[in-house]
Design a protein around this ligand. Structure first.
Ligand code: NAD
Length: 344
């Protein structure tokens, strides 16, 4: 039976990456039926909103979506579709793995980090207003329920995936009440996993410095929304940049798989952008759907493609988006040895 998946191509470089990823996922042979729906500025005129109800309904019905990036106007205009989507569907956990890929020149060879970002509150709750003409205020919301829920997600993920340590990242020395509550909640949950998964905490500024200097000291990081957004880009930078950084937004009833990167408008329509991040987000989707062996196969094909020197501009190569996808499809069809590819 084919899996019905909502596909939101997004805008900017999104549509070409979505097309490339769809071809690669189809080549796994699993069988997908793609329900393509649009969101963002392009649909504003027709629906009066960048996130029409039928898009949310499609994801609720299918329970999984693969999504390209969507542009958010800066400083004015509509609210981020990405943030709204996560809040509307209760996608409380944002999972962003950052793992080295052989063939990509970076400062370290063996980075293997998993960023778990709280996805529904913090300063991203979007409660802000002007206080007169020359001041503005934003409210940082942190609740025990959401903090314990994301901490539990990080520990459960660690147990299920054989990870050794969870590090809670915060600024509780300054924001004693909000980040203090986040840290306290993480400690509460950590007690349930004592002896199985180690726990420690770090202040976010120190964490950034440590990640740049000694990423091997860390394993799974759990962070409130804003720090999670920033630190996951830092982690992406350690393994080759935004072009290779996948992500998943997971809730109780639905999950949306999307890369860490944005819509990179200056490269739109040029067949230049790297589809790796969206393809690897597709691999996270396969794991979520219960196809771990196929996810391994897909990741191996991507790793083998990059290791063989077929890369897009951001990694110093000359392959276009479609040509990179062709090379991955070729390997999937030929059945690249998953163990060999995964070792790369
Ligand atoms: P961006 O991620 O679009 O681009 C940052 C840099 O990374 C640029 O130099 C870009 O060319 C490069 N880059 C990004 N993805 C790449 C890829 N796949 N291949 C090669 N190079 C790639 O970030 P930005 O410029 O800050 O944001 C652009 C727009 O995207 C904004 O409107 C922002 O709000 C939006 N955005 C959306 C999402 C999302 O949909 N989840 C996430 C982040 C940003």
């Amino acid at each position: 039976m084919a899996h019905r998946v909502t596909l939101i191509p997004g805008d900017g470089i999104g549509p070409e990456l979505a097309e490339a990823s769809r071809r690669v996922l189809d080549a796994t042979g699993i069988g997908f039926e793609w329900e393509v729906v649009d969101a963002g500025e392009a649909v504003m005129e027709q629906y009066g909103t960048p996130l029409p109800d039928h898009v949310l309904e499609s994801i609720k019905r299918n329970k999984v979506a693969l999504k390209g990036p969507i542009t958010t106007p800066v400083g004015e205009g509509f609210r981020s579709v990405n943030v709204t989507l996560r809040q509307a569907l209760g996608l409380y956990a944002n999972l962003r793995p950052a793992r080295s890929i052989k063939g990509i020149e970076t400062r370290y060879e063996d980075v293997d980090l998993v960023i778990v970002r709280e996805n529904t509150e913090d300063l991203y709750a979007g409660i802000e207003h002007r206080v007169g003409p020359d001041a503005a205020e934003s409210i940082k919301i942190i609740t025990r329920a959401a903090s314990e829920r994301i901490a539990r997600f990080a520990f459960e993920y660690s147990v299920a995936n054989g990870r050794r340590k969870v590090t809670a990242v915060h600024k509780a020395n300054i924001m004693k009440l909000t980040d203090g509550l986040f840290l306290e909640s993480c400690r509460t949950v950590a007690a349930d996993y004592e002896g199985r998964v180690e726990f420690e905490d770090r202040i976010v500024d120190n964490m950034c410095m440590q990640l740049v200097q000694k990423p091997d000291l860390y394993d799974v990081l759990v962070l409130p929304n804003l720090y999670g957004d920033i630190v996951s880009d830092l982690a992406a930078g350690l393994v080759g940049g935004l072009g290779v950084a996948p992500g998943a937004n997971i809730g109780i009833d639905a999950a949306v798989f999307e890369p860490v990167h944005g819509s990179a408008p200056k490269y739109a329509g040029q067949d230049k952008a790297n589809p790796t991040a969206l393809i690897l987000s597709g691999a996270l989707m396969l794991r979520h759907l219960g196809y771990p062996a196929d996810a391994d196969r897909l990741e191996a094909a991507v790793r083998d493609t990059i290791a063989s020197g077929v890369t897009t501009y951001d990694l110093g190569g000359t392959a276009g988006t479609a040509a990179f996808a062709d090379a991955v499809v070729e390997r999937l069809v030929a059945g690249v040895d998953a163990a060999a590819g995964a070792a790369r």
